[in-house]
Design a protein. Structure first.
Length: 52
């Protein structure tokens, strides 16, 4: 469907998420975007990154 499961822009401040067939993921929120094919936008407050 052309959407990323989870996307953060280059500033790591703005992002979006959507259901995508690759990961068969459920929506991450219950807002107005739930069940729709368009991505939901969000503002990133905290980002934690792990590496192995």
């Amino acid at each position: 469907n052309g959407h990323s499961g989870l996307y953060l822009d280059e500033s790591l401040f703005n992002g979006s998420f959507a259901s995508c067939p690759t990961f068969d993921n459920a929506p991450l929120c219950s807002g107005s975007c739930t069940g729709r094919q368009r991505p939901c936008n969000f503002e990133c407050v905290t980002l934690e990154v792990w590496g192995v």
